[in-house]
Design a protein. Structure first.
Length: 308
């Protein structure tokens, strides 16, 4: 494992995978001790984020102290479960597979969005309000913006409930698994999705004892994955949320991760909006500012009265 610090052009992001890896390893080792846990568990989806989190956890604690949990359901793409199993073999860690289909059926989740009656991608997009419409402006038709400000009982609202319920059920199952075995729950959210609200509030990608990747932008996560030698079959696949059939590439929905991350970094560094619009596509800059503002509650709630 070798790497050199990289400065992503005008973004100002300096990233050294070896330094970040060792910092995270120290953090995970200290936290498992501070929390009095016997080891750690990572929910692995078969995607890049959880694969990096799992690999870092094994690197930090040793394979004998790490558990991996995969929680498919009837809408899940089988390739992701196969990749989760191959990752576990690669890391020499036991993988537990728990289907959450019966739980989702019991909660009525599948009835919210009966996609089994909608066979094609285009029809599915329209069925949940994510399709393009000539009656909508570019702002109004934005998939990610709309999901953060849905109208009550709309298909978008039902689509939110349908998708987010899956990750919330996964969170409950994951924590039950962890509590029984006295394990620390390691989350896999990255900074790009954290800042744009492209995660499930109170879901498995939000709730954890530790979030070792929350400061790492998605484009830098790819560098970290390469440094950690995460298998190429995971590194080279699309960023698939795997919660609604036919929506299989978060990068396609959000925009190219490299450019998006540069803009987000600029926003965090309080770069002037006009300067960002000069450096990057102004429509994308505006969109990311809207997403960050609309998703603020996801990073700050629950709200409460101050008693200090």
């Amino acid at each position: 494992m070798t790497s050199r610090p990289k400065n992503n052009n005008s973004s100002g992001i300096i990233f050294d995978a070896s330094v970040v890896c060792n910092e995270i390893a120290d953090f995970l080792r200290s936290m498992v001790h501070n929390l009095n846990r016997d080891g750690a568990v990572v929910s692995v989806s078969g995607g890049l984020d959880s694969a990096v989190a799992a690999t870092l956890t094994v690197y930090s604690l040793g394979a004998e102290k790490v558990h991996l949990l995969n929680m498919p359901e009837k809408d899940s793409n089988p390739i992701h479960q196969r990749h989760a199993k191959q990752l576990a073999e690669h890391l020499n860690v036991q993988l537990t597979v728990k289907s959450i289909t019966s739980i989702l059926k019991a909660t009525g989740t599948y009835k919210l969005l009966p996609l089994r009656f909608v066979p094609t991608r285009g029809l599915r997009e329209r069925a949940i309000g994510y399709g393009r419409s000539k009656k909508l402006s570019k702002d109004e038709e934005d998939i990610l913006v709309n999901r953060l400000r849905p109208k009550a009982n709309s298909w978008v609202a039902k689509g939110n409930a349908y998708a987010i319920s899956k990750h919330r059920v996964r969170m409950v199952v994951l924590y039950q698994f962890a509590e029984v075995r006295n394990l620390m729950v390691v989350g896999a959210a990255n900074r790009t999705e954290w800042l744009t609200g492209t995660f499930s509030k109170w879901g498995v990608d939000h709730c954890a004892d530790v979030m070792p990747l929350i400061h790492v932008y998605r484009s830098n996560l790819e560098e970290l994955a390469e440094y950690l030698q995460v298998p190429e079959f995971i590194r080279n696949k699309p960023a698939d949320p795997d919660i609604i059939p036919s929506f299989n590439n978060k990068e396609e929905l959000l925009g190219g991760f490299t450019t998006v991350d540069k803009i987000l970094h600029g926003i965090e560094k309080k770069l002037d909006k006009d300067e960002l619009c000069r450096l990057y596509d102004k429509t994308l800059v505006k969109r990311l500012l809207i997403l960050q503002e609309l998703s603020k509650h996801m990073r700050k709630s629950p709200y409460h009265l101050s008693t200090s």
